[in-house]
Structure formats: C-alpha cells, structure tokens
Design a protein around this ligand. Structure first.
Ligand code: ASP
Ligand code: MG
Length: 417
C-alpha cells in the first residue's frame, strides 16, 4: 500500500464524461489499496474564460477579486469529481484551498505556497479510507483571509506541494501527453519519450520552453524529493495494471538514473526578444545602469553578451527579454538614454532560443562545440550563446527554429530508431 497524489489537468476534466473517466482512474488506485488525494484543474478553457470576464468587467481590476473569480473553476471540478467518485461507491469529499488550509503569500494571482495542513486528510485516510479531492491552483492568505491563486498552470504546483505535505510516495501528473519527450514531437516526429529525467534537467527543460509542467512544481519536487510521474489521462483506466509500470516519465533525483545520457532533451522558445544597446561608454557601472532599472521593472533578462563596438572604443551590450516584456524593456532603456549614455538601441523580436539540456554535460567536454559546427553547416547564424553546467542555449532567427531543433536532435543521437 502506498500514498498517492493524482493530478488531472484541464483537458482531463473537460466535461462530465472525462470527469467520470478520471473517477475510474482514481477507483483503480483505491482498489489497489492506495491512499489517494486528487488535485484537479478547472475544465479546459474555463480559467481563460474567467480571466477574460475580469478584464471585460474592468481592464484594471483588483487582483484579490480576480483571484476570487478565477479560483472558482477548480471549485467546480473538485465537487464534480467527488460526486463522480461517490457514484462509483467510493468515499470522497472535495476540499477548497482555504478549507485545508493551503496557506500562501498575499501576492495575488501569483501567490507562493507557505505551508499546507494535511493532517485532516491523513486522519481521514486512516479512519474512513476517504479520497480527498482538492481544488488546485488556489489557497488562502492567513493575514488577510482572502482567496489567492498561484499563477497560470499552478495546479501542478499545488499537486507537488500537497504530495510533499502528505509525504506521498509519488505525485502522478495525468495530462494530455504520455510523458516528457526529448523534444516537441510536433517538431521532431522522431522524438522519443524519456523513461526518467532528473529534477535538474526537468527544471531546465521546463524553464526553457517545454510546457509539460509548471516550473515551480519541478522546483518543489526537487526540494522535497517528491518523485513526479507524468502520464496520460486518456488511457482507459480499465486497461491499466495498477501494479505494472504504465507508460510515462518519472522525474526523480539523479541518483535514481543509472544511465546518464550526455544530452537528455532539446527545448525551444519563440517568446524571446533581443535587445542591443550600442556604443556605451566602457566604464564601471554601465551594466548596472541598464540591468538595474530592468530588474526594478520586474523584467527578466536572460542571455547577455558584451562586446567591443565597431568604433573599437565603446562597448555593445546584447541581451534577451521575454517577448511579452519587450515594449516595457524598450521604454525603460530609451527613457534612460541620457543616464546610461549610449548611441543606439537595436532590437529584433523574430528570434528563438534553442536549448540543449543534459546532466551528462557536467562530465563531457565539447558538447556545445559540436552544436555550433552542426548549426554552421546548416547556415544558421547564432546571435548569442549562454551556457550553464547542464545546459547551453543559442539565440537564432525564429525562422530557423525547427531546422535547428531537428539538426541538434539528430546530432546528439536522440532520434528514435
Ligand atoms: N486552471 C488554472 C490555469 O488554467 C490552473 C491550472 O490548470 O494549472 O492556469
Ligand atoms: Mg497545466
């Protein structure tokens, strides 16, 4: 017997029939003798609709009321799933974030979980074998007593945090794909599903554009060492052997992965913009004068390259920001032109970042060099490069994204044979 958290995303609870399918997945685990807490998202599209309603009511709205509105999507699905479970003869009840409670910070619309009281759920596991159906995405701030939400995609984070609080053996994320792939199979049909991925690698994959899991949920899994299993909710519950190993990807600590590939996966993102600030006087403090105001404006700067300007006397700074923040970044820098002291502001929004990730890079030299040669052979120009211990990224013209991803996927032997 074990203790499981099962999380179902929006497409898995998109209508009553799917919710009933979810109930049968849960029943399978209960029948196998497990203690189960289920975490649900809102029905597919529901949160978008609720967000749009807030904006329609007033473009500038109170974030506390936004949270009161958008948290309702998960309230509905948690209740419906409890009803569907009861209809199968399973003891179950729904829990809203405030009822447990799931305490969070007061950063409305992007709150952080502070702690979760799982004692009542555990007591009910013991006393009545009751399944807990918990609304994902939401919590409560203890000081203000107001409902909060964790940011879009937050129910993954709810699920992993609840798994940590309940000391669950595993957190199963049921979604519309059957695991984590070496890259997006829509771009590279030869992409293959990974059996296991280390937390660190998944963190990089998720931050660099793979959209399977919310980044924060992986962070939490790593900190609390909660194994996360990504699997499909579209498999028929009846076809799955609860004691067998179903298809999916286990995200776990590196020690549990025997065979380390040099490269595990390739992620890409087209949501980047490149900025070049040219002919800055080369003296101490200029980088701070540019990046300080961007940080104050809450704009994340990613790749940074500094090189000598064409005139040989001044310096150029090139860096990337999220495309969504580009307009604000431009405004922040151009309005401080006199203070910073630069000659020209250049930008390019049609760019993409391609990232190669693998914990084996720690112990292998020359992994990135191979990529540069392969991209050059395809005539793909690299605009900027960054590297870390287990990842390197290149910034290229967006038009070449697919070609670059395919080239690298083959180069590192990831194509399915
Ligand atoms: N329903 C929320 C959203 O769409 C939370 C989630 O699904 O993870 O962002
Ligand atoms: Mg999601």
């Amino acid at each position: 017997m074990g203790r499981l958290v099962m999380k179902f995303g929006g497409t898995s609870v998109a209508n009553i029939e799917r919710i009933q399918n979810v109930a049968r997945h849960v029943k399978r685990e209960v029948d196998a003798g497990h203690e189960v807490a289920v975490v649900v998202s809102a029905m597919a599209g529901k949160t978008n609709e609720l967000v749009a309603w807030c904006t329609e009511a007033s473009p500038m709205h109170d974030a506390r009321e936004y949270d009161a509105v958008v948290a309702s999507g998960e309230q509905v699905t948690s209740g419906l799933l409890a009803i569907a479970l009861q209809a199968l003869g399973i003891q179950a009840r729904s829990w809203q974030g405030w009822q447990l409670p799931i305490r969070t910070s007061d950063a409305h619309a992007s709150a952080r979980i502070v702690d979760i009281d799982g004692s009542e759920i555990i007591k009910r596991f013991d006393e009545r074998k009751e399944v807990a159906v918990i609304a994902g995405f939401q919590g409560i701030n203890a000081e203000t007593n107001r409902i909060t939400t964790l940011g879009r995609g937050g129910s993954d984070t709810s699920a992993v945090a609840i798994a940590a609080a309940l000391k669950a053996d595993r957190c199963d994320i049921y979604t519309d794909v059957d695991g984590v792939y070496t890259t997006d199979p829509r771009v590279v049909p030869k992409a293959k599903r990974l059996d296991k991925v280390a937390f660190e690698e998944m963190l990089e994959l998720a931050s660099q554009g793979a959209k399977v899991l919310q980044v924060r949920s992986v962070e939490l899994g790593m900190v609390y060492n909660v194994p996360i299993f990504v699997r499909s909710s579209f498999d028929k519950p009846e076809d799955i052997d609860p004691h067998g190993t179903p298809p999916g990807t286990l995200i776990c600590s590196e020690e549990k992965i025997m065979e380390n590939h040099v490269v595990t996966g390739i992620a890409f993102s087209k949501d980047e913009a490149q900025i070049s600030v040219r002919r800055i006087e080369d003296k101490p403090g200029v980088a701070a004068s540019i990046f300080g105001p961007l940080a104050d404006a809450n704009i994340n700067v990613d790749m940074i390259v500094q090189n000598v300007s064409e005139d040989g006397k001044t310096t150029d700074l090139t860096f990337t920001v999220p495309a969504a923040d580009f307009a604000r970044a431009k405004q922040t820098i151009t309005s401080a032109q006199d203070k910073i002291g630069y000659a020209r502001f250049d930008s390019e929004t049609d760019v993409a970042k391609v990232s190669v990730i693998g914990s084996g890079m720690r112990s292998h030299a020359g992994v990135a060099a191979q990529a540069f040669a392969a991209l050059a052979a395809r005539n793909i120009n690299i605009r900027a490069i960054t590297t870390s211990e287990i990842k390197f990224s290149v910034l290229i013209d967006a038009a070449y994204t697919e070609l670059a991803v395919r080239t690298l996927h083959t180069l590192y032997g990831l194509d399915q044979v």
